[in-house]
Design a protein around this ligand. Structure first.
Ligand code: PA5
Length: 463
């Protein structure tokens, strides 16, 4: 059960002059070969590549913890942001009934409800307490650095609330996922005695979904985490092929790289399944935060990156697709289809006297969504808009594991082609540091001076 990538419509032979030609690819071969060699040489340093294979002990500990805790927990709440929240959300949405939280507990397999608080919007966090009882909830504080203000602020609010209600027993309602060596959270967890799972130090935030960051929340909602890891291993094998034309992640990166050089600086990710909507969000983060870089690996200013855009089929056919077909030639559109949906719905044979409606009678919604995707693919092709299609045989733990790993490998390879460091995020750090300086955090005095030296805003430009 493997996911596939069909890139016919990226090629000039199909899509015309705005596509990628075989000559474009062949001219890039020396650079591709260098990137393939770099991926091999750096494999040991890319600790995320070992995750499908080296977590038997972690999986065992997670399962034991879930067995011990699950019956006493009504709601499992993730507190995290970015790479510490998007993966758990994407996997949960992909695998479960979209109305999971509204199902009675037995229809959830006896597992708790699932929530993610990934912002510091005071309304959202306050409203969470209108639907959960903190005394029957387990809060999973996830932060690799152990110091992200957003996550730590949520933790502090919730810890205080729990302690006021429960005293010492509060600690049974908090479980931490963090780096075992650095950051404030590990120190707090050790001092206050919280159960803790560890994120391997060498795995960065957005590449951490297959560590306890994603595995614990998934297991807590009854998702088969071993199948998730097996899917990732299947994709790792495919993505280890040196021949880039046989390697789905490499060819995806090569095509986007060439398209980018030709001015297509947008990559639209458009799944035709509500279950994969957050997967497009997760992709947006890994593609944007990894590839958006000012400097290349030689320290030269390059301002690299391709802007990811999230869309949903068919919903966005009635919103964004007009732009995709008739707007500028500045994007690659990636459609994500599903062969076998987990439900089948047949449209009843009504209104046969009205031909413009009657044709739908007896057709399944499954066929309708798939046909609409093919129709959009055709409309894009006809307009000369480069596009490709990823197909999942079905959405399940195995194929979701494949998809996560596919995007991770494609991102790392695109980073090599762009000659940038795909694993850091100095632009994000800049914003974090400016916020610390604005709060007067000790150690950020220099940054504060820098901020205060910026030009004052001119009232003329505020209306
Ligand atoms: O990919 C990244 O490194 C970031 O998106 C982080 O995941 C995000 O900033 C949250 O960081 P942390 O897990 O340290 O709280």
């Amino acid at each position: 059960m493997k996911i596939t990538l069909d890139y016919n419509n990226m090629m000039t032979d199909y899509v015309g002059r705005y596509g990628v030609s075989e000559q474009d690819i062949s001219e890039l071969k020396p650079q591709i070969e260098a990137a393939v060699a770099a991926m091999k040489a750096k494999r040991a340093a890319m600790a995320w590549r070992d995750l499908p294979y080296n977590q038997a002990e972690t999986v065992k500990e997670i399962k034991e913890y879930v067995d011990e805790m699950k019956d006493s927990v009504d709601a499992f709440v993730v507190l995290g942001i970015g790479g510490s929240a998007l993966g758990p959300m994407a996997v949960q949405q992909a695998i479960h009934n979209p109305y999971y939280n509204e199902l009675p507990r037995d229809k959830r397999g006896g597992f708790p409800k699932f929530y993610v608080a990934d912002n510091v919007d005071p309304e959202k966090l306050a409203y969470l307490f209108t639907v959960i009882d903190p005394e029957k909830s387990l809060f999973n504080v996830i932060t690799k650095s152990g110091s992200t203000s957003e996550t730590m602020s949520q933790f502090m609010i919730i810890k205080d609330l729990l302690e006021n209600k429960l005293g010492d027993a509060a600690k049974e309602h908090i479980v931490c996922t963090t780096d075992g060596k650095t950051g404030n959270l590990i120190k707090i967890a050790q001092r206050e005695g919280y159960s803790t799972f560890y994120i391997p130090s060498a795995v960065g935030g957005r590449f951490s979904e297959l560590t306890p960051v994603g595995l614990l929340p998934a297991a807590f909602c009854g998702i088969d985490i071993e199948a998730l890891l097996k899917g990732a291993a299947v994709m790792d094998e495919l993505c280890s092929a040196d021949d880039f034309e046989k390697n789905p992640a490499y060819i995806f990166a090569v095509l986007n790289y060439i398209a980018l050089k030709q001015g297509k600086n947008i990559c639209v990710m458009m799944p035709y399944a509500d279950s994969l909507k957050y997967m497009a969000d997760w992709f947006a983060q890994i593609w944007a935060e990894s590839l958006g870089k000012k400097y290349d690996m030689n320290g030269k200013e390059v301002w690299a990156g391709q802007t990811p855009v999230k869309a949903l089929g068919v919903t966005d056919q009635h919103s964004q697709v007009q732009l995709y077909t008739e707007g500028p030639f500045d994007k690659v559109i990636v459609l994500v289809g599903v062969e076998q949906y987990r439900e089948t719905l047949t449209i009843p044979k009504l209104y046969s006297d009205m031909p413009s409606l009657g044709f739908l009678g007896g057709v399944t919604q499954n066929k309708l969504i798939q046909t609409e995707m093919m129709a959009t693919e055709y409309a894009l092709l006809k307009s000369g808009k480069p596009n490709m299609t990823i197909t999942l045989p079905e959405v399940n733990e195995n194929t979701v594991g494949q998809l996560l790993y596919f995007f991770e490998a494609a991102t790392a390879f695109a980073g090599e082609l762009l000659n940038i460091n795909a694993f850091d995020q100095p632009g994000v750090e800049e914003g974090k540091n400016a916020a610390y300086a604005m709060f007067g955090r000790p150690g950020y005095e220099e940054k504060k001076r820098e901020l205060e030296a910026r030009p004052a805003k001119d009232e003329r430009f505020i209306v």
